[in-house]
Design a protein around this ligand. Structure first.
Ligand code: GRF
Length: 205
């Protein structure tokens, strides 16, 4: 399975995915890393690993169509089977979602469908979670569809929230489980073990 990663930030999930590939847990390769930010840490990680990188930002193109075409070209050239969003802060264009329907996954640092949607990223998520008084949070791997953070859920894992938790402490706890579940969810895709029944996604045992 060829993975195309989309990232805007530091890239710790990419490190976790690469670790899982290295140990043989995840039978896949990352053929390209696409970032909208030229200074994303994720790009450095890819370069060190000699992974093809592509800096693609809407601003670099005269029109939305040209941008989408460039993105689709990169994905086709790199023979992407699965698009993996690992801290990608832009919306995936509609045409890309349609072309890769059920083959785009994202990881979100909370238990969707709560604490997701526009503006819910990074520390905003953990601040809202703590302020709400809920006693658990976690990470969600989900399919990407036309609605932000609303696609069918593939995998979740929880963490407990304790009185001492600050948004920063909670973020660190959640990130740790992101690194655990993302490679496991991707492995299920690589092994063809994903069953999609409308909004319900199952992993064959
Ligand atoms: C993670 O918390 C992920 O859930 C969210 O963006 C963050 C990316 O972190 N979508 P990193 O760049 O992989 O370290």
């Amino acid at each position: 399975m060829n993975i195309a990663i989309f990232a805007s930030g530091r890239g710790s999930n990419i490190q976790a995915i690469l670790g899982a590939i290295d140990t043989g847990l995840l039978p896949a390769r990352i053929t390209v890393l696409i970032s909208n930010k030229s200074d994303a840490g994720a790009l450095d990680i890819a370069r060190v690993r000699k992974i093809q990188t592509s800096h693609l930002s809407q601003k670099m193109f005269p029109s939305e169509e040209a941008f989408v075409e460039a993105m689709l070209n990169v994905l086709a050239q790199q023979k992407a089977d699965l698009l993996v969003l690992a801290g990608y802060l832009k919306k995936i264009p509609l045409q890309v979602i349609r072309r890769y329907r059920n083959r785009i996954v994202n990881i979100h640092p909370a238990l969707l469908p709560l604490f997701g949607g526009p503006g819910m990223y990074g520390h905003f998520v953990h601040e809202a979670v703590i302020a709400s008084g809920v006693k658990v949070s976690g990470a969600t791997v989900h399919l990407v569809d036309e609605e932000y953070d609303r696609g069918p859920i593939v995998m979740q894992k929880t963490v407990e929230i304790i009185q001492e938790d600050t948004p920063e402490l909670l973020a660190a706890k959640v990130l740790k489980i992101e690194h655990e579940i993302f490679p496991v969810a991707l492995k299920a895709f690589a092994e063809g073990k994903i069953i999609i029944e409308g909004r319900k996604v199952w992993i064959m045992s």
